[in-house]
Design a protein around this ligand. Structure first.
Ligand SMILES: [Zn+2]
Length: 470
């Protein structure tokens, strides 16, 4: 489907911003002019978790100038610039906004899934939910129409929602697993695969995505090596990394030989062994997203967090009711793959733990966005599951900040350092002693501006209907 086919609602922020720029262009540039007053914010006396993996340091301060961090250091060395707005954050923990390296946008309305819901307005609403949960950057992995590109470009400024990286449309082998109904993205030959990769690269895709799977053997084909190797080779020719959806050990091994850069899921059919781990390490293959929360979510007939206000503030009462219904539980339990999900989750958890021990690089990604896999909440659940799988809370936080930024090539986010966007998560409790403290969200900043947090959000209800923050 082409951009012309996409309905851009008039309420779309993208459209409004593009219009504003067009109008302004007749009198001035859309960028800040010399007359624009510098906006300076000072945050002081917090404990800093800078995203690099360094231990937390108490008594820190930072200066934000026009949305970017211009200085960070001990409170004692702070020089407050003239006219700066100063905020005391004593007792708080400040870290980079979280990054989810594997999401899909605009696929659902509530939990009804259909590509027809992929409008700019719906995507923007979902990006605001990510932001409310402190996920200030996301990377969409391959089910987006071309309307994602104007939204992607907003990351160069100070959006009021999560920043977007994207692979554009992922490459699916005809008749095999991947993609979504209604979005043309399948290829049959290496030539078609290369042409599709070139098109994504020309559109401005940040990476190239491919799917190698057969849905527990339900489909007769998986993408064969002559196609996957063409996708990977063409991606590299275009200066892009190639990231693969995998399920099977054998495909992970083959793709590693072919030079893939990262995996968007764990190996889930069997334990990984030293042979694969040493190959992945030698070739520098990342476990970009282990998607443990995805695998965990499938094991439940009724999701275990429906009563948790941190979750249910982010969905409408109608969605909650559907998620709680016995009919839904019965339907999920009778699905043909339901008994396979618990062992699949176990493999994913164990294999992620083994990869970390073997020194494989890893990020954090959830695969949220398809039905009943919820923006933002799943990232906090993912961090918790990563810790259960064997990493420290600090390692999980580093995966979700600087490591994700590195694999995604996101140079201006992911750490708290001069020159980076002031995309910040301020917490009331220390997430390095208990990873669940990432939920104690006090403030979220994007480009130095505060955005509403999940504790100030009550989707589909009056603002006060969700009650006070616990
Ligand atoms: Zn996905």
């Amino acid at each position: 489907m082409d951009l012309e086919g996409i309905d851009m609602p008039s309420a779309s922020l993208v459209k409004k911003m593009l219009l504003a720029c067009a109008v302004m262009a007749t009198v001035a540039s859309c960028a800040p002019t010399a007359e624009t007053k510098t906006d300076t914010v000072v945050l002081r006396d917090f404990t800093l978790i800078d995203g690099t993996g360094k231990q937390p340091v108490a008594g820190q301060a930072l200066v934000i100038t026009d949305g970017k961090i211009s200085w960070v250091g001990p409170v004692g060395d702070l020089k407050v610039p003239d006219g700066a707005k100063v905020e005391e954050l004593k007792g708080k923990y400040l870290m980079p906004g979280l990054i989810d390296s594997h999401v899909h946008l605009g696929l659902v309305d509530g939990i009804k899934q259909d590509i027809k819901y992929q409008t700019a307005e719906n995507i923007e609403n979902q990006l605001k939910i990510y932001a409310a949960y402190g996920i200030t950057t996301v990377q969409t992995l391959g089910t987006e129409q071309d309307l994602i590109y104007p939204i992607q470009r907003l990351r160069a400024g100070r959006p009021t929602m999560s920043r977007v990286y994207t692979v554009g449309r992922g490459v699916v082998f005809k008749g095999s697993y991947g993609g979504v109904p209604g979005l043309e993205q399948s290829v049959a030959t290496p030539e078609e695969a290369r042409a599709m990769v070139d098109k994504q690269a020309a559109n401005g895709a940040d990476m190239i995505k491919l799917w190698v799977d057969d849905e527990f053997g339900q489909l007769s084909e998986r993408m064969p090596p002559q196609i996957s190797s063409a996708v990977i080779d063409e991606a590299h020719k275009d200066g892009k990394k190639a990231v693969a959806h995998i399920f099977y050990y054998n495909n992970a091994a083959e793709l590693t030989r072919e030079g893939v850069d990262a995996f968007a899921h764990s190996v889930r059919d069997r334990p990984v062994d030293d042979a694969l781990l040493s190959q992945m390490k030698a070739k520098g293959v990342w476990q970009m997203a282990a998607t443990l929360s995805r695998e965990a979510s499938f094991t439940y007939k009724t999701l275990p967090f429906l009563k948790d206000p941190f979750f249910n503030r982010g969905v409408t009462p109608a969605v909650l009711q559907e998620l709680e219904s016995p009919e839904r539980a019965a339907k999920l339990a009778s699905g043909p793959n339901f008994p396979k999900y618990a062992p699949t989750l176990k493999n994913a958890m164990d294999n992620f733990g083994r990869e970390v021990k073997a020194g494989i690089r890893y990020g954090m990604g959830t695969d949220s966005g398809p039905t009943a896999r919820f923006p933002g909440y799943f990232a906090h659940w993912e961090l918790e599951l990563m810790v259960k799988a064997g990493v420290s809370p600090l390692q999980a936080l580093t995966a979700a900040t600087s490591a994700n930024a590195e694999i995604m090539g996101a140079k201006d986010v992911g750490t708290v350092a001069p020159g980076k966007w002031a995309d910040l998560l301020v917490l009331d409790r220390d997430p390095t002693v208990d990873i669940r403290n990432t939920r104690a969200i006090n403030t979220v900043f994007i480009g130095g501006n505060k955005v509403p947090t999940i504790w100030e959000t009550c989707v589909g209800r009056d603002a006060g209907a969700c009650g006070a923050r616990p």
